[in-house]
Design a protein around this ligand. Structure first.
Ligand SMILES: *Cc1c(COP(=O)(O)O)cnc(C)c1O
Length: 407
C-alpha cells in the first residue's frame, strides 16, 4: 500500500496547523487565528498555552461549559458499553432520554436526530405530512411560512428559504412550498396564511441574524393566529433554547406553547451532535416505520450524553444563572459610553452589541486581550458565554469589551 501512510502525531505550532488547514480543508469558514487545544468551563487554551475567555460558547452548544466533567463521565461510561445499534434494534438509553425530555419540557413525544439542520428538516417533513394527513391539505400542496432573516441550517431545502443571498447563491434550484414573511410582523403572518398553510417555522429570537428580538407580544399573537387557522407553530430553539435566554425555551417569555419545538446544540453540552423535534403525539404520530430515519439518530452514546447535559442544566440551575448574569451584563453594556455603539440588546446571557462599524476588528482586538467573540452579520458582536461562567470572569470579559469599545 505504498503512499498510504499517515503521519504520526507530532507537536505542530499554530502557524503550521493553520497552514495545514488552509491547504487541505475547504474554506467554508473564516475563523479567528486562534488554535484551541484544550478547554474547561468558560475558558479555552490555545496550542501555546495562552488562555481565552470564550464569549461564543460554540454558538450556544456549550451552555454547560467546555468539557463538563459530568457529561464527560457519562460519555466515557457509555462508550465502554455500546455506542451505536442503529434503530434496527432498540437500545437501553433512548427510552430514558425520551422520559427525561418529556419530564423537562412537557412535550408528549420526541424524535431524535443529530445536527440541528436535520432536526429542522424532520420538523418540516412532520409539518407537511400533518398538513396532508390531519389537516387535509391536498397532496404536495402544503405550504410552510418562515420569517425573513431566518437561520435554520444549511441543507438545500433550508437555505432555499433563507433571505441571506450568500447562503443561497449558487445552490439552487430549491424546494418549493416555502414562503418568507417579515419577522415580527403579525399582520404579514395573518395575510400569508391560506387553507394550504401547514406551519409557521420561526426562531423566537433570531440568533444568527444578530440577536433580533421581535416586538413584545409577537409570538403570543402568532400562536393565537396559528391556532385559529389550524396552522402548526414550530419554534426553532436550537440556539435560543436550553437556558440561553434565561428560560428553558425562549417561547416561555411570551407564555405560549408552540405545537413543536426544535432543539440541538446544548442538548449535548458540546460533546456530540444531538438534536430533537419535540411535539405532540398527533404531530409526531404522522411518522410510521420507514417514513423517516437516521443511522446515528437516537444512538445510545448520544442519548447518554444528552441525558447528562440536561441534568447539568437542572442541577446547576443554569437557566436562572443565565437570567441573572444576562441582566447584569445587559445593564453593564448599556452603560458603556462609546460612539461606536449603535444598540445593545439581548435576553438572558445572549447579547448583541450592534456597532456603527464592522465588528471584525473589534473581535480581533478582543482576541488580543484574551476574549473570544465572533462577529455576526458584519456589524454585530454576539456575546454568549457558557452559562457556567462566574460573575468575576463575566465582568472581566465585559471590562475588556468596554476597554476596546472606548479606546
Ligand atoms: C445552529 C442552528 C441551526 C443549525 O444547526 P446545525 O447543528 O448547525 O445544523 C438551526 N437553527 C438555529 C436557530 C441555529 O442556531
Amino acid at each position: 500500500m505504498s503512499g498510504r501512510t499517515l503521519a504520526l502525531e507530532s507537536e505542530l505550532n499554530a502557524s503550521e496547523l493553520i497552514a495545514l488547514e488552509e491547504q487541505y480543508g475547504a474554506h467554508n469558514y473564516h475563523p479567528l487565528d486562534v488554535v484551541i487545544a484544550r478547554a474547561e468551563g468558560a475558558w479555552v487554551e490555545d496550542v501555546s498555552g495562552r488562555r481565552y475567555l470564550d464569549f461564543l460558547a460554540a454558538y450556544s452548544a456549550v451552555n454547560q461549559g467546555h468539557c463538563h466533567p459530568a457529561i464527560r463521565q457519562a460519555m466515557v461510561e457509555q462508550a465502554q458499553k455500546v455506542t451505536l445499534t442503529s434503530r434496527a434494534f432498540r437500545n437501553d438509553q433512548l427510552p430514558l432520554l425520551y422520559r427525561d425530555l418529556h419530564a423537562l419540557t412537557g412535550f408528549e413525544m420526541a424524535l431524535p436526530m443529530n445536527s440541528g439542520a436535520e432536526a429542522v428538516e424532520t420538523a418540516l417533513k412532520a409539518a407537511r405530512k400533518w398538513g396532508e394527513t390531519v389537516k387535509g391539505i391536498p397532496a404536495n400542496q402544503a405550504e410552510i411560512l418562515v420569517a425573513s432573516g431566518n437561520f435554520h441550517g444549511r441543507t438545500i431545502a433550508i437555505v432555499g428559504f433563507s433571505s441571506d443571498a450568500q447562503y443561497r447563491s449558487g445552490f439552487g434550484p430549491f424546494a418549493p412550498g416555502f414562503r418568507a414573511i417579515p419577522f415580527g410582523d403579525i399582520a404579514a403572518l395573518e395575510q400569508a396564511i391560506t387553507p394550504h398553510t401547514a406551519a409557521f417555522l420561526v426562531e423566537p429570537i433570531q440568533g444568527e441574524a444578530g440577536i433580533i428580538l421581535p416586538p413584545d407580544g409577537y409570538l403570543a399573537a402568532a400562536a393565537a393566529l396559528c391556532r385559529r387557522h389550524n396552522v402548526l407553530l414550530i419554534t426553532d430553539e436550537i440556539q435560543s433554547g436550553l437556558g440561553r435566554t434565561g428560560k428553558l425555551f425562549a417561547f416561555e417569555h411570551e407564555g405560549i406553547r408552540p405545537d413543536a419545538a426544535i432543539i440541538g446544540k446544548a442538548l449535548s453540552g458540546g460533546f456530540y451532535p444531538v438534536s430533537a423535534v419535540l411535539a405532540s403525539r398527533q404531530i409526531l404520530g404522522v411518522f410510521h416505520p420507514g417514513d423517516h430515519g437516521s443511522t446515528f439518530g437516537g444512538n445510545p452514546l448520544a442519548c447518554a450524553v444528552a441525558r447528562a447535559a440536561l441534568r447539568v442544566l437542572v442541577d446547576e440551575d443554569l437557566i436562572r444563572r443565565s437570567a441573572e448574569l444576562g441582566a447584569h451584563a445587559l445593564q453593564r453594556l448599556r452603560g458603556v459610553s462609546s460612539s461606536r455603539v449603535r444598540q445593545v440588546r439581548g435576553r438572558g446571557l445572549w447579547l448583541a452589541i450592534e456597532l456603527h462599524q464592522p465588528a471584525r476588528p473589534i473581535c480581533e482586538a478582543l482576541q488580543q486581550r484574551g476574549v473570544l467573540c465572533k462577529e455576526t452579520h458584519e456589524t454585530v458582536i454576539r456575546i454568549a458565554p457558557p452559562l457556567v461562567i462566574s460573575r468575576e470572569d463575566l465582568d472581566w470579559g465585559l471590562d475588556q469589551i468596554e476597554a476596546v469599545l472606548t479606546a
